[in-house]
Write a protein that binds this ligand. Structure first.
Ligand code: 0K2
Ligand code: SF4
Length: 333
């Protein structure tokens, strides 16, 4: 039996590429908070000139961070790495503890806050609960900068981190009838539901948001993966490993039984061995991953497979967040 071949222009036989159907999840990639945060850095560079300092990665994406570095952004872990002077310091999309802007102001630094408005909303919720005398339980991942920022909205001892259902059993708060809960914005929707149910079971009078504080972008991207993952042999999430929302997308695919799931920064990180024998590939991107890297991955598959691309759309998004006042074009001109 002769193998099927593609004919090149010169008439020479080239090995046929196997077919691959790519199912693109929609929505995927940049959310409104990420677009705004990147815009903040670019506008600040235009307004102040380089360098502008950014405390923490503006968003958790290697490609975005490297691109902004080339334009003159300097990323620092803490404020004490920012020299005194006129160069502004930008706070990342994940938000900061109250002490951070306080320390910056005390040093006379110019600050620009790129915290996503949906993260700020959680900060304000926590603050309101505290003002009403409630002890706050924050559902989130220890050490994540958003969690550090939200914990840092309240005085020490007035907010407790809850990472999973197991931790709830050990919780013995002083006043169990005066509790509130809030969440990180980029959690697993399903895990969070279980944690919140367990909180409500143990503390029936606890108050909190209607559902949770997981943002629209996180929710929508997880929903799209839930639709696509059962239909494919493998699923790739474009995103960096420190990106919580991207990690959750890979987890969602794995949990619905998708046999091969990978989180990759870009095409050069694809483990081709793992993807050597597939017919259908699901493809999505975390909220901090640029579309150009999704295209790069499709192009890389197209060199190995005869690729067709279809989009599976579960909803549409039209969210836009205004820039901080000091960077809006009227102010910047
Ligand atoms: O998902 P993460 O919170 O780790 O953050 P990124 O990957 O930077 O995505 C943007 C979300 C920022 C705040 O919610
Ligand atoms: Fe804001 Fe959600 Fe995007 Fe985070 S993932 S920046 S909370 S919109």
């Amino acid at each position: 039996m002769s193998a099927s071949v593609n004919q090149t222009d010169a008439g020479a036989a080239a090995p046929a590429k196997p077919p691959l159907e790519i199912l693109l999840c929609a929505p995927r990639g940049f959310c409104a908070g990420v677009v705004r945060a990147i815009d903040v850095v670019e506008r600040a560079l235009a307004l102040y000139g380089p360098p502008v300092y950014v405390r923490h990665e503006i968003v958790h994406n290697k490609y975005v961070v490297e691109s902004l570095k080339r334009k003159g952004a300097v990323f620092v872990a803490e404020l004490d790495e920012v020299p005194d002077g006129k160069a502004p310091v930008i706070f990342s999309a994940h938000g900061v503890a109250k002490t951070v802007p306080q320390n910056a102001v005390a040093r006379g630094l110019t600050t620009i806050d790129a915290t996503c408005p949906l993260v700020t909303k959680v900060h304000r919720e926590a603050e309101i609960h505290h003002k009403r005398g409630r002890h706050v339980l924050l559902v989130g991942h220890s050490g994540h900068p958003e969690v550090v920022g939200t914990m840092g909205q309240l005085p020490k001892g007035s907010i407790t981190l809850v990472e999973d259902v197991e931790q709830i059993e050990a919780l013995e708060p002083e006043n169990r009838d005066n509790l509130a809960w809030v969440t990180q914005t980029t959690l697993s929707v399903d895990d969070t539901r279980h944690v919140v149910e367990a909180l409500k079971r143990k503390f029936p009078t606890i108050v909190g948001p209607h559902k949770d504080d997981i943002c629209y972008a996180t929710t929508n991207r997880q929903e799209a993966v839930k639709q696509v993952a059962p239909l494919v042999d493998a699923l790739i999430v474009v995103g960096s490993s420190n990106s919580s929302n991207s990690q959750r997308l890979r987890e969602v695919a794995e949990r619905v039984g998708c046999p091969i799931t990978r989180l990759v920064n870009r095409a050069e990180d694809v483990d081709w061995e793992a993807f050597s024998n597939i017919r259908r590939l699901g493809l999505t991107a975390g909220a901090s991953a640029p579309e150009v890297l999704v295209e790069e991955i499709i192009d890389a598959f197209a060199t190995r497979y005869e690729v067709t691309v279809d989009t599976v759309s579960t909803t549409t998004e039209d969210m836009v967040f205004p820039l901080p006042r000091e960077l809006r074009s009227e102010a910047a001109e």
